[in-house]
Design a protein around this ligand. Structure first.
Ligand code: PLP
Length: 377
């Protein structure tokens, strides 16, 4: 049996007619940039996440970049984040002239270790940028409290966590489940095809409850000005979400909860089948509702297991083989080898298995069977 890491064509085929009609309507409308579909998608994503505003942008990377700029972060400022994430998270901080401060991760959740955040705060710290990696929420209760105490912005990188939830409890309210991206000052999504809500190309969105931030983001995505009056007040970009992508994403948004449930079912099945195998299955803390954008196990025999699975026709991937502080572009920033041991250790042990809503149960059985036989031999 051949099992790819991901098969995006199955999902397309399941909603083919609806997608075609939505695209056709845009093509016939003559309105291709910042039209009614972008506006509607912004409202629909904001409503889905329980916030006031959504601002569609060209990618998840730009969602992060424009978020930082909209908060006035730049030269001389420090932003705290995790070294175990996709490179874009750190790159945008560096690109806008701020300094990345890496805080090591919690090896169970793969997320920034909230216990170690406070000691990384200096007088220059402006923001914390937590990443809900693989779809498991960061412990936002603790993180928001720290941010409040030190008057810091919180920018959530929810690129892998569309539809994930975190249980937030405040003094005056009962426990409540909140969507990833909706808890900080801003939340950033990517619509890259492999994400939980993926388009057929690049795209992204920032969500926020703050009207002023939303207004600034809308300026920044169109060159920092008003295209009617041609007056420019900010140094902006061309970073818009395509109308065609927005029309496609509006169709897909209706199914996203169903698809997340299908991911969850596959993850639950993996967990059960791998329970007596010497690998660590993904943890799911009680405050987190995992959306399983990625399903990642841990084993010290990672490379041998990966090779064995490959020879059995099973594709796997290593997210991520090298922590960001050891990447070439960050080598001169003062983080040597062994400086963030949990991240470095985890990079040696993680292996991501195929997961997507349409993945067949028989494929999960086959993969689990092969993992079992690897450890028996
Ligand atoms: C995918 C991703 C991004 C970047 O999104 P793009 O749409 O590819 O620019 C940023 N952060 C994380 C954690 C991601 O997984």
């Amino acid at each position: 049996m051949q099992v790819p890491l991901l098969d995006l064509t199955k999902q397309y085929r399941s909603i083919q007619e609806e997608i075609r009609e939505a695209v056709e309507r845009v093509l016939k409308s003559g309105h291709y940039i910042l039209g009614p579909n972008v506006e509607a998608l912004e409202e629909e994503v904001a409503a889905y996440c329980g916030v006031s505003y959504g601002v569609g942008v060209a990618s998840g990377t730009d969602a992060l970049r424009l978020s930082l700029l909209s908060l006035g972060i730049g030269e001389g400022d420090e932003v705290i984040t995790t070294p175990f994430t996709f490179i874009a998270t750190a790159q945008v901080i560096t690109q806008i002239g701020a300094t990345v401060v890496f805080v090591d991760i919690d090896e169970d959740t793969f997320n920034i270790d909230v216990d170690r955040v406070e000691q990384a705060i200096t007088s220059k710290t402006k923001a914390i940028l937590p990443v809900h990696l693989f779809g498991h929420s960061v412990d936002m209760n603790r993180l928001l409290e720290i941010a409040k105490n030190y008057n810091l912005f919180v920018i959530e990188d929810a690129a892998q966590a569309f539809g994930s939830e975190c249980n937030i409890h405040t003094q005056d309210s009962l426990n409540s489940w909140r969507k990833a991206g909706s808890m900080g000052d801003v939340g950033c999504f990517s619509f890259f095809p492999t994400k939980n809500l993926g388009g057929f190309g690049d795209g992204g969105m920032v969500i926020t409850n703050n009207k002023d931030i939303a207004r600034r983001l809308k300026l920044l995505r169109v060159h920092g000005g008003n295209s009617t009056s041609y007056s420019y007040d900010a140094l902006g970009y061309n970073s818009r979400l395509d109308e065609i992508q927005a029309a496609i994403l509006r169709v897909k948004l209706k199914y996203v909860d169903k698809w997340i449930k299908m991911r969850e079912e596959k993850a639950t099945l993996y967990n059960r089948l791998l329970s007596d195998v010497p690998v660590k299955t993904p943890c799911c803390k009680s405050y987190s509702r995992h959306s399983f954008c990625v399903y990642t196990i841990k084993t010290p025999l990672r490379d041998k297991l990966r090779e064995y699975l490959k020879n059995s026709g099973i594709a796997t991937k290593i997210y991520y083989p090298v922590p960001i502080h050891l990447q070439k572009i960050y080598r001169d920033k003062g983080y040597g080898k062994y400086s963030l041991p949990s991240s470095e250790n985890i990079c040696q042990r993680v292996l991501s298995l195929p997961i997507y809503p349409e993945l067949g149960e028989e494929q999960v059985f086959y993969i689990a069977e092969k993992i079992k036989s690897f450890f028996e031999n």
